[in-house]
Ligand binder design. Structure first.
Ligand code: GPP
Ligand code: MG
Ligand code: MG
Ligand code: MG
Length: 348
C-alpha cells in the first residue's frame, strides 16, 4: 500500500490538502483588477477560520470510507476525494461558527479572538460567513462534478444547512419564559438535533456512504438514527463544557448563562430546583454580568450538576453501544464505534 494511503497518516494527509484548496478558490483571481482585493480578503477569512479545529468531522469522512470500502478496493483517488469532502464539512462548520459567534456574542474561538472581534473585522464578518459557505460549492464543483454522486452530495449539503439553520432558529428563539417553562427537555432535544447533530454526525458518514455507492433509504435511516443520538450527546457535552470546561483546553469562553440559552444544565437545574432557588435563577440567568453568572454556577454546584452529567455520560455510553449493535443493519459497526471513541470523555 502506498505510504500516503495508510490510515495512520490520515491526519497528516488531511492537513496537507488545505493550502491547495484555498488556492483553488482564490489563486486565479488574486491579482484580478476587478476583484483581486476581495479575493485576498477571502484568503485571509479562510486561513483564519477554517483550519485550527479538532477536524474530527472532516476526518470522519475518510475514516468512514475506510470502513465502507475494503483496503484492496480503495483507490488513491477515493482517499483524495474523501479528504476534500472532509474539508468541505470543516468549511461548513467554519461558516456556522463565524455566524454563531456573532449571534452568541462569544469572545474566543479555538484559542483566538472570534473573527468578528478581530481588530478591523467587525460586521464584515457577516458577509465573510456567506463567502465561506459559497466557496464550499466552488470546491465541490471543481473536484466532484464528474462523480456519479455529485448531485447527492450537493443535495445533502443543502439539506443539512437548512436543518442547522432551523436548529439555530430554535436555539435563538427559545427564551426561558416567566417560570422557565419553555426550557423543557423536549425542546432541548429538538434544538440540538437540528443545530448540531445533522451536520456534525450524519453529514460526514452520509458523504462516505454516497461515495461508497450506498444510497438506499433504509441504510441512511439506520445511520441517521444512531448518529443523531450521538450528536445529542455531543451537544450535551458542549453545554457542560461551556460551564465546566477549561477555556485553555476548549479554546472558547462559555456564554450560555449570559445569553439565556436553553442549555442542558439549566434544563436539568429546573427539574431539581426549590421555589427559592427558582427566584434566584430568574434574577440571574440571562444577565450579562460576571456576578450574576457566578451565582447561577453556584446554584448548579448546589444541585450537584457535575455528578448529574457524569451519570448521564455513563448511561448514554451504554445506550449508544446498544443502539449501534441493534441498528447498524448492513453497515459495519466500526463506522459508529470510531466516532464513539472520539467523543466520550472529551475535554474539548
Ligand atoms: C453550536 O451551538 C451550533 C452551531 C455552531 C450551529 C450554528 C448554525 C448557524 C446556522 C449559524 P453553540 O453555540 O453551543 O456552539 P459553541 O459552543 O461552539 O459556540
Ligand atoms: Mg449558538
Ligand atoms: Mg455559540
Ligand atoms: Mg456551546
Amino acid at each position: 500500500m502506498a505510504e500516503n494511503l495508510k490510515p495512520s497518516n490520515d491526519r497528516g494527509l488531511f492537513d496537507t490538502f488545505f493550502p491547495g484548496l484555498v488556492d483553488d478558490i482564490v489563486k486565479e483571481c488574486e491579482n484580478d483588477r476587478e476583484i483581486g482585493d476581495a479575493l485576498r480578503h477571502i484568503r485571509e477569512v479562510l486561513e483564519y477560520n477554517v483550519p485550527g479545529g479538532k477536524r474530527n468531522r472532516g476526518l470522519s469522512v475518510v475514516a468512514s470510507l475506510r470502513q465502507l470500502i475494503s483496503p484492496d478496493n480503495l483507490t488513491k483517488e477515493d482517499v483524495r476525494t474523501a479528504v476534500i469532502l472532509g474539508w468541505c464539512v470543516e468549511w461548513l462548520q467554519a461558516f456556522f461558527l463565524v455566524a454563531d459567534d456573532i449571534m452568541d456574542e462569544s469572545l474566543t474561538r479555538r484559542g483566538k479572538p472570534c473573527w468578528y472581534r478581530k481588530t478591523g473585522v467587525g460586521s464584515i464578518a457577516i458577509n465573510d460567513s456567506f463567502l465561506i459557505e459559497a466557496t464550499i460549492y466552488k470546491l465541490l464543483k471543481k473536484h466532484l462534478h464528474q462523480k456519479p454522486y455529485y448531485v447527492d452530495v450537493l443535495d445533502l449539503f443543502h439539506e443539512v444547512t437548512y436543518q442547522t439553520a432551523t436548529g439555530q432558529t430554535l436555539d435563538l428563539m427559545t427564551q426561558p419564559g416567566k417560570n422557565f417553562e419553555n426550557f423543557t427537555l423536549e425542546r432541548y432535544k429538538a434544538i440540538v438535533k437540528f443545530k448540531t447533530a445533522f451536520y456534525s454526525f450524519y453529514l460526514p458518514v452520509a458523504l462516505a456512504m454516497y461515495m461508497a455507492g450506498i444510497k438506499d433509504a433504509q441504510s441512511h435511516e439506520n445511520a441517521r438514527e444512531i448518529l443523531l443520538v450521538m450528536g445529542e450527546f455531543f451537544q450535551i457535552q458542549d453545554d457542560y463544557l461551556d460551564c465546566y470546561g477549561d477555556p485553555v483546553v476548549t479554546g472558547k469562553v462559555g456564554t450560555d448563562i449570559e445569553e439565556n440559552k436553553c442549555s442542558w444544565l439549566v434544563v436539568q437545574a429546573i427539574q431539581r430546583i426549590t421555589t427559592e432557588q427558582m427566584e434566584m435563577l430568574k434574577n440571574n440567568y440571562g444577565v450579562k454580568s460576571p456576578e450574576a453568572s457566578a451565582r447561577v454556577k453556584e446554584l448548579y454546584n448546589e444541585l450537584n450538576l457535575k455528578k448529574v452529567y457524569q451519570d448521564y455520560e455513563e448511561e448514554s455510553y451504554k445506550s449508544i453501544l446498544e443502539l449501534i449493535s441493534r441498528k447498524s443493519g448492513n453497515l459495519p459497526k466500526e463506522v459508529f464505534l470510531e466516532f464513539v471513541k472520539k467523543i466520550y470523555k472529551r475535554e474539548k
